[in-house]
Ligand binder design. Structure first.
Ligand code: FAD
Length: 451
């Protein structure tokens, strides 16, 4: 017997499911969200929020070393890792409670437990106590998210760990080898190195952060090396095994053997969509290893079933999942004014200093056959950057026929600076529009004046 009827049931309360449910309820739909783990999903509990809470601690700690230049002697500095972990837990709780509150305020029914798709309009909701209820919905949004992807021959263990495990650690190791030099790998490398851990980072490709501008990747490599991280690119891992007191990694680096011993190995080789094959197959929903297949409206091949966020593969970022969620709700219940465009998703790497991008890099533009002009300015040209000891950095803007089509920022504050550039690129602004922009003085944002 059906115990609830809804316009929309969302399965998964990560950033995607949260945004979709809130937006749909705000447009008058009767909505339920089912969440089987923690409210807020990977982002709140095992991703964006805990990593940034830890990076905030290590950044402050590392910055203390700069204070002498400003005439401040902080005296004896000590680190209380337990207090840092407390900050991490508090931020997770605050974020998770915020998700629940905003859903409740919007009038969404929050259902803790597992959601299973039985048929296109039918869901089974299994409560944490094991009670099963049938729910009916005109529309279902799948927002199951993703999980860490490990190389085929690597099994996690006490010493061979994923980002989930590192975030759960209550003690810092003395040494760690990080496998994978993309976003998650370099962020953990930054935190751990700033905390004094001996970090070795290996990357299969010939540069770290391979999706980003080459100069930004070189810049970050230099900065991370300065932090004390040993970075090896063009490295192919052959074996990784636990030893009696750590791990031993054997690899090849440009045909030369490379061996690394460390207390732990952190595997950061990407994430894969969470696909429950039995449910997808039962309903005939198409998917492949890359994720659930959707069209530009996030619609699966089955009428009334949509999918958003990491479960659809592609760029796995929280704000992308959110925008897809909002756009889907706007399409279903609103005026369809909220849209999602893959090319407009900004990316931020929260290293110290950071790297951020929106739109295309020079190379990506060239690969699309676009005739582009690039302009670049260094952080040293900006007085606030110098005054506040922000260090090295640059902004690179890519124009096509006078329209801004991409911006990369490498340097302190990159993640904040990219927000205005996202607006400019998303609105296809050209030099004429950008010249009307008055930027307060003196600010780091003035570095964007050159555009
Ligand atoms: C270490 C790390 C750092 C990251 N940092 C950033 C960052 O700084 N910025 C950024 O933009 N992104 C970051 N990400 C990526 C970001 O976390 C994800 O892209 C985002 O969480 C995806 O949102 P989602 O809604 O698609 O899925 P998720 O957040 O994964 O949420 C899916 C939810 O669905 C639930 N669920 C699954 N199956 C069921 C079921 N059958 N029934 C009920 N519930 C179910 C899960 O429990 C989960 O809560 C990071 C990820 C990691 C791992």
């Amino acid at each position: 017997m059906m115990s609830g009827t809804y316009n929309l049931i969302v399965i998964g309360a990560g950033p995607g499911g949260h945004a979709a449910a809130e937006q749909a309820a705000g447009r008058g739909a009767r909505v339920a969200v089912i969440e089987k783990n923690q409210w807020g999903g990977t982002c709140t509990n095992k991703g964006c929020i805990p990593t940034k809470a830890l990076l905030a601690c290590s950044k402050q700690y590392a910055n203390l070393k700069k204070l002498k230049r400003l005439g401040i002697s902080p005296g004896e500095i000590s680190v209380d890792f337990a207090a840092m972990k407390r900050h991490q837990r508090q931020m997770i709780t605050t974020s998770s409670l915020g998700v629940q509150k905003s859903l409740k305020d919007a009038g969404v029914d929050l259902k803790a437990g597992e959601g299973k798709i039985i048929a296109p309009r039918e869901i089974e909701w299994i409560t944490p106590q094991g009670d099963a209820h049938r729910l009916a919905a005109d529309t279902i949004i799948i927002a199951w998210g993703s999980k860490p992807l490990l190389p085929p021959d690597i099994k996690p263990s006490g010493r061979i760990v994923t980002s989930d495990d590192v975030l759960a650690m209550d003690m810092l190791p003395e040494s760690i080898v990080i496998v994978g030099g993309s976003v998650i790998g370099v962020e953990f490398a930054t935190f751990l190195a700033e905390m004094g851990v001996n970090v070795t980072l290996i990357e299969l490709l010939n540069r770290i952060i391979p999706n980003e501008d080459e100069e930004a990747a070189d810049f970050l490599r230099q900065e991370l090396t300065r932090l004390g991280i040993a970075i090896h690119t063009s490295v192919s891992m052959e074996t990784l095994r636990e030893t009696s007191n750590g791990v031993h990694l054997q690899a090849t680096h440009n045909t030369e053997p490379l061996a690394v011993d460390a207390d732990y190995a952190l595997i950061c080789t990407g994430r894969k969509p969470l696909l429950y094959a039995d449910e997808l197959d039962r309903c005939g929903i198409k998917y492949d290893q890359g994720g659930i297949i959707v069209n530009e409206k996030q619609m699966t091949n089955i009428e009334g079933i949509y999918a958003i966020g990491d479960v659809t593969g592609g760029i796995m970022l929280a704000h992308r999942a959110m925008q897809q969620g909002r756009a889907t709700a706007s399409y279903l219940y609103g005026d369809r004014s909220i849209t999602y465009k893959e090319d407009m998703v900004p990316s931020v790497i929260y290293t110290h200093p950071g790297v951020a991008r929106v739109g295309l890099t020079e190379k990506q533009a060239a690969e699309r056959g676009l005739n582009v002009k690039t302009r670049k300015v260094e952080y040293t040209a900006n007085i606030i950057s110098r005054t506040e000891l922000k260090g090295n950095g640059f902004v690179k803007a890519v124009f096509c026929e006078d329209r801004l089509i991409g911006v990369t920022i490498a340097g302190d504050g990159a993640g904040e600076l990219i927000a205005s550039m996202t607006l400019a690129v998303a609105n296809g602004m050209g030099k004429t529009e950008l010249k009307k922009w008055i930027i307060p003085h003196p600010t780091l944002s003035e570095i964007l004046n050159f555009i």
